[in-house]
Ligand binder design. Structure first.
Ligand code: HEM
Length: 231
């Protein structure tokens, strides 16, 4: 084997695994946001895109398994690093006074846990259809799953739309800090490189958050209307 198990379970090895699995998750979130933006092209565009993804069958399941594996490695890595940190500091700080840390860096664990809860709710909402079953069984004129109306009707409910907006703000904080620290784990830590990559992380976070937040807001404000109504 090229990389030994010992190297991978060393603190540096785990940091790499967290960074690589995080990069896989960020790539998914970015392309998922681009796919979601097709809602602005109308029901036909979004429903065609959703049907195309579903028609890939085995490939879709391979991507799902890959994502699940990346998520499991990411969570395991963070959990083991936190436990190691705690074990190394036998006595806890008496007073915690953050020096060179930002709000986002101090709350990575909190934002991560909330994002896990969001992802579970999101899958229940749009992929399994258990939270709003009445929106999940709509079809367009071509007999395809009407993903467009499912999203628009879901986000017409203020509590749903605003919970997505709140989750996207936390996602932005998580990504904004996470991308910069992933590049540091990869050893790119010179002062200029560091600020370039931190800037890239922030730009990516702003794009993903702005793109995603625009969707629930557009539905809530009535700028997008469903193709099917549910009475
Ligand atoms: C406002 C933001 C978002 C919208 C409008 C949205 C929309 C959707 C829709 C409509 C689906 C179902 C697609 C279909 O059945 O064809 C879906 C699936 C999914 N979304 Fe999102 N999403 C958003 C944000 C996110 C975020 C931030 C994440 C990750 C943390 C995420 C992760 C997923 C996953 C994992 C699936 C399941 C894909 C599959 O296996 O079929 N989504 N999303």
């Amino acid at each position: 084997m090229l990389i030994s198990k010992r190297a991978l379970t060393s603190t540096v090895g785990i940091k790499y695994l967290v960074a690589v699995s995080g990069a896989i998750l960020v790539t998914f979130v970015f392309f998922h946001m681009l796919g979601n933006l097709q809602i602005y092209l109308g029901p036909d565009a979004l429903n065609t895109y959703a049907a195309l993804i579903k028609s890939t069958g085995g490939l879709l399941w391979a991507a799902r398994l890959g994502l699940l594996l990346a998520l499991a490695v990411h969570v395991w890595g963070i959990a083991s690093l936190s436990l190691r940190n705690r074990a190394a500091r036998a006595r806890p700080y008496r007073v915690k006074r953050p020096l060179l840390s930002t709000f986002a860096s101090r709350h990575m664990l909190f934002t991560g846990v909330v994002l896990l809860a969001f992802a579970t709710y999101h899958l229940m909402h749009f992929t399994v259809g258990v939270t709003h079953p009445e929106h999940f069984t709509l079809y367009d004129s071509q007999g395809r799953h009407d993903v467009y109306s499912m999203v628009v009707l879901g986000f017409r409910e203020p509590a749903v739309a605003l919970s997505y907006v709140a989750a996207m703000v936390l996602l932005g904080l998580h990504l904004g800090h996470g991308v910069g620290s992933a590049f540091r784990s990869a050893g790119l830590s010179g002062p200029r490189l560091r600020s370039t990559f931190e800037g890239l992380g922030r730009l990516l976070a702003v794009l993903v958050v702005a793109g995603n937040i625009s969707i629930p807001m557009a539905c809530l404000l009535g700028l997008l209307q469903p193709y099917n109504e549910v009475f």
